[in-house]
Write a protein that binds this ligand. Structure first.
Ligand code: 5GP
Length: 202
């Protein structure tokens, strides 16, 4: 059996990463999803325990103290963190787990975890991203400009990732992500034991 894999997906607000991830998890249901603990208030439509566990600031700070987080970040005034135990369990069992985290989280994980796979979801252009954010109709012009500034910073960090997926066409972006995961299953790092098995050395 191949070794487990920690997969990171990041992308700016409006890149479509949530939609892509949802589709990829439907196509590859054997992949686990890491539920983050966060302190921001729940938004309408969000469900406790689905994408996030909504916890108090005090509880989160206890998690930090007790070394229960693989990584965490303070994002626009709220804590977001990846609980360590579920990730370690999946990896130790040889499975795959996807972390949907921001660019700071990716940097932290990369420096701690020897082998991870990171994928950045990119909009086709800055103009398309701005049009998508305006099209949502949920933010003021001022908030959109703030989000655009953050997005540009995040997109500059894409060079620190292993792969880039351009979300111009949703179907194509989903297919590209699935291709990356499937190719990674054949990565030599994850399959070095197979050589000895084929050669009858174990
Ligand atoms: P939102 O509040 O829009 O759900 O998420 C804001 C940002 O936090 C997104 O970029 C999302 O990917 C990131 N995020 C979600 N969970 C985590 C986490 O556990 N750790 C880190 N570092 N970022 C996270």
């Amino acid at each position: 059996m191949s070794n487990g894999r920690l997969v990171i997906i990041s992308g700016p607000s409006g890149s479509g990463k949530d939609t892509i991830l949802k589709r990829v998890l439907e196509i590859l249901p054997e992949i686990k999803f890491s539920i983050s603990s966060i302190t921001r208030p729940m938004r309408p439509g969000e469900v406790e325990g689905e994408k996030y566990n909504f916890v108090s600031k005090e509880y989160f700070e206890d998690m930090i103290k007790n070394d229960m987080l693989l990584e965490y970040n303070n994002y626009v005034g709220n804590y977001y963190g990846t609980p360590k135990a579920p990730v370690e369990k999946v990896i130790n069992e040889g499975g795959e787990i996807i972390l949907e985290i921001d660019v700071n989280g990716q940097k932290n994980v990369k420096s701690q975890v020897e082998s991870s796979l990171s994928v950045f979801i990119m909009p086709p252009s800055v103009e398309v991203l701005r049009e998508r954010l305006i099209g949502r109709g949920t933010d003021s012009a001022e908030v959109i400009e703030k989000r655009m500034k953050t997005a540009i910073f995040e997109m500059e960090c894409a060079k620190n990732y292993d792969y880039i997926v351009i979300n111009d066409d949703l179907e194509k972006a989903v297919e590209d992500f699935v291709t990356i995961i499937k190719a990674d299953r054949m990565n030599i790092q994850r399959n070095n034991k197979i050589i000895d098995e084929v050669l009858g050395k174990c």
